[in-house]
Write a protein that binds this ligand. Structure first.
Ligand code: BES
Ligand code: ZN
Ligand code: ZN
Length: 505
């Protein structure tokens, strides 16, 4: 999608559709009629028509409400799309992204392929508002129709930001360029997550990573099964035993020469291209969704893609252990004991708790071999996290308060909701095995936390945070601002975190 900036007066702007954000009318408060100051001046050219519409109650300005007006006399635009923003005092960049996404989805469903978005005074400062509109529009433009012969929606080809002040031009150009890179990287991730298991095996995921690395100028190394065996990654290998598809470890490096040697940020993402549960097989209902079980890995590939294009001055390495989790004659069995790369032995009590097994060795590899000083992982790790936080917040864990705080601050800037869950030592008591150093599951309760504790055992006490995105990586229904399917969660937050480490945000 092309992004353009315009400083022309909105009534003169020639566009297929001018999107005008409007707020909810405040009850009882005189003079608060939901139009922002730019819409008010636009309304003068329309002889007060918009104000009358709001006064009539026909257009309420409720969040994500849409009203399309044709051929507004006196305007350069062919159509006006009034887009509800809800209550003004609750409106922030978080809602603005959704508003922009809704506008794009609404218009392209009507085969309108370009539009202009009026940046209103209540949208916040113009630079952050532009970012939000670009991010929301590009995310809204994403469709999961790659394998449909008939597409029911065209792409939005271009969005123009109708800005106020030409003085701001340079800052706006920079902000929109950055936002475009981040949002396209989020869609890159979503595209990978959307691929079904038969079209995205570990080897194909590695190939896609390699291709992307070549495009954006990253170093790419793929460890094959033989190398993984030589490195004694027994936990990772055990997950792949039931499958005919070989596992691989994808390593992408962004190491700018002028960056200080430390920190080295390790981004480790779970890359299970399909999770059947293994011998501890999952129920049939909704098992198809488990093609999304590489969403953490795909997010890390999206982050390092954005990083390669934004060029912050900090070292970053993405590590994705990729495998299928299937059943077969050689599959691992409940009760099997595996030796991880760290030397710790693991009693696999449930083969469906496979994410932590592949991540255990990837974490060890990231600090022992790759020299990462900070470990950040993302994984569709537990159903328990989805039960606890639903599809609204991703779960955040970590023992290093300052890193967790930095991550949460980045998530607020990026507009992705995340919530910290506790990691008290008491929960760890569930991780006792009679036969090995630790079991791969805890008891019935606190499953997201015991999973995080398991991972912590492989972090060598380095600063580490873990994101459980099981509930947030997939949208179960279409939304006005986003299609059903992969969300690309964590890409914006973690890119922001990397920029923060580089002192660039
Ligand atoms: N990929 C799943 C996590 C998951 C489960 C996401 C259900 C969404 C819905 C993970 O590998 C898994 O199966 N975890 C088990 C762990 C359990 C056996 C301790 C789970 O959460 O049920
Ligand atoms: Zn599983
Ligand atoms: Zn899984």
């Amino acid at each position: 999608m092309e992004i353009e900036l315009s400083f022309a007066s909105p009534e003169k702007l020639e566009t297929e559709a001018l999107v005008v954000p409007v707020c909810e009318r405040k009850k009882g408060a005189k003079g608060q009629y939901g139009l922002g100051s730019r819409a008010k001046s636009l309304d003068q050219a329309l002889g007060g028509f918009l104000q009358k519409l709001l006064d009539s109650g026909e257009v309420k300005g409720k969040l994500l409400e849409t009203s399309l007006l044709h051929l507004p006399a006196g305007l350069g635009a062919k159509r006006l799309l009034l887009l509800g923003c809800g209550q003004q005092d609750k409106f922030s960049a978080f809602e603005l992204r959704k508003v922009a996404g809704t506008a794009v989805r609404f218009l392209k469903a009507k085969s309108i392929s370009s539009c202009a978005f009026l940046l209103e005074d209540f949208c916040g400062d113009e630079t952050s508002a532009s970012r939000a509109v670009v991010e929301g529009s590009i995310a809204g433009n994403f469709e999961t129709n790659k394998y449909k012969s008939e597409k029911d929606s065209d792409e939005m080809a271009a969005v123009t930001l109708a800005c106020v002040s030409k003085k701001n031009d340079t800052a706006l150009q920079a902000a929109t360029r950055e936002a475009k890179i981040v949002a396209e990287s989020q869609n890159f991730t979503r595209d990978l997550v959307n691929e079904p298991g038969n079209r995205l095996t570990p080897s194909i995921l590695a190939e896609r990573a390699r291709r992307m690395a070549a495009e954006v100028g990253l170093e790419c190394e793929i460890l094959d099964k033989q190398k993984i065996t030589e490195l004694k990654m027994g936990a990772f290998l055990s997950v792949s035993l039931g499958s005919d598809e070989p596992p691989c470890m994808i390593v992408l490096r962004y190491l700018p020469a002028q960056a200080p040697p430390s920190p080295v940020l390790g981004l480790i993402g779970k890359g299970i291209t399909f999770d059947s549960g293994g011998i501890s097989i999952k129920p049939a209902a909704d098992m198809d969704k488990m093609k999304y079980d590489m969403a953490g890995g795909a997010a890390m590939l999206g982050v390092i893609r954005a990083v390669a294009l934004l060029k912050p001055n900090v070292r970053v390495i993405a590590v994705v252990p990729a495998s299928e989790n299937l059943l077969g004659g050689k599959a691992q069995k409940p009760g099997d004991i595996q030796t991880s790369m760290s030397g710790k032995t693991i009693e696999v009590l449930n083969t469906d708790a496979e994410g932590r097994l592949v991540l255990a060795d990837a974490l060890t590899y990231a600090h022992q071999v790759l020299g990462c000083t900070h470990l950040i992982d993302a994984a569709t790790l537990t159903g328990a996290c989805a039960v606890a936080l639903g599809s609204v917040n991703a779960g955040v864990f970590g023992s290093d308060d300052s890193l967790v705080e930095r991550l949460l601050a980045s998530s607020r800037t990026a507009g992705e909701k995340m919530w910290r869950l506790p990691l008290d030592d008491e929960y760890k008591e569930q991780l006792r095995s009679a036969f090995a150093d630790l079991p791969n599951i805890g008891g019935r309760y606190g499953g997201a936390i015991t999973a995080a504790h398991f991972l912590k055992e492989f972090t060598a006490d380095l600063p580490w945070t873990h994101l459980d995105i099981a509930g947030t990586a997939w949208l179960d229904d279409n939304k006005p601002h986003m299609s059903k399917g992969p969300t690309g969660v964590a890409v914006r937050t973690l890119t922001q975190l990397v920029l923060d480490f580089a002192g660039q945000s």
